[in-house]
Ligand binder design. Structure first.
Ligand code: ADP
Ligand code: MG
Length: 243
């Protein structure tokens, strides 16, 4: 459900009803303005969260509440719940790395965590890694890569989906390395990848860069290996739609 669907009425709409309630119940003088302010603060907070959800580009329907943890025994629900709380890993700029073959729920899981973090007031951006590389490359061409990286700093968590689909011949991926180095120990990255680190040599320009990138990514990281059968395939076998 979108927050807008149950948004509180604004002060303009609310004050008459509150004034009436205040008169009826004989509130002390200070209670009326404080009740109005409380509503206004709540309203602003909800509008901010709405904005953050919109800017995040998260797939709207991938929530943790719909994620079947029993299907992925290697992923601890308690660990995911702790990550969804935010502070313990977002403040020190740790990372989340999710590996597994296609269809096992990597995107669903990180998107679900992203939604929870937004509800807690954090800012999240979900992007396909290849789109991000293009955006950063364009910035480098215009000599504004540092400014573009700084712009991404406003997101507490940057989710790079399908990391290992990037090919160094498609794009100049040293911008990805600069992103990783720039956010290291400051701002979080979540990465989903079909291939383990050993298959990342095609992502970066040279093996030394792959090594340096992986080193920074894993230094403070939660790593989930989702080596289970594709949820899509299982759903198809059971005759259930995965959506
Ligand atoms: P991946 O990113 O690993 O390729 P997705 O996250 O896109 O996989 O999952 C494929 C489909 O299966 C999506 O529709 C997703 O919502 C669903 N799905 C996968 N794993 C689960 C799960 N454990 N619980 C509920 N739905 C799941
Ligand atoms: Mg995916």
């Amino acid at each position: 459900m979108l927050l807008t669907e149950w948004r509180l009425p604004t002060i303009k709409h609310l004050w008459e009803a509150l004034a009436e309630q205040s008169n009826r119940e004989g509130w002390p003088a200070e209670r009326f303005p404080s009740a109005l302010c409380e509503h206004e603060v709540n309203e602003r907070q909800m509008r901010r969260i709405d904005r953050h959800r919109l800017e995040s580009c998260l797939p709207p329907d991938k929530r943790l509440s719909d994620f079947d943890f029993a299907a992925v025994p290697t992923v601890s629900k308690a660990h995911v719940t702790a990550l969804a709380e935010g502070d313990s890993w977002l403040e020190p700029g740790a990372n989340l790395l999710v590996f597994g073959p296609p269809g096992v729920g990597k995107t669903h899981l990180v998107a679900g965590i992203g939604h929870e973090l937004i509800a807690k007031g954090y800012r999240v951006l979900f992007t396909r890694t290849s789109d991000l590389v293009q955006r950063l490359q364009a910035a480098r061409r215009d000599l504004r890569l540092p400014a573009e990286l700084t712009k991404l700093d406003r997101f507490d968590l940057l989710i790079c989906n399908d990391f290992s689909y990037v090919r160094r011949d498609q794009a100049e991926t040293s911008v990805l390395f600069e992103l990783i180095a720039e956010r290291y120990e400051r701002k979080c990255l979540a990465i989903t990848a079909n291939q383990p680190f050993s298959g990342w040599d095609h992502v970066f320009a040279e093996p030394a860069m792959t090594l340096a990138a992986v080193d920074r990514l894993v230094h403070h990281a939660s790593i989930f290996e989702m080596n289970v059968e594709s949820f899509r395939r299982r759903s198809a076998q059971k005759g259930l739609a995965p959506f």
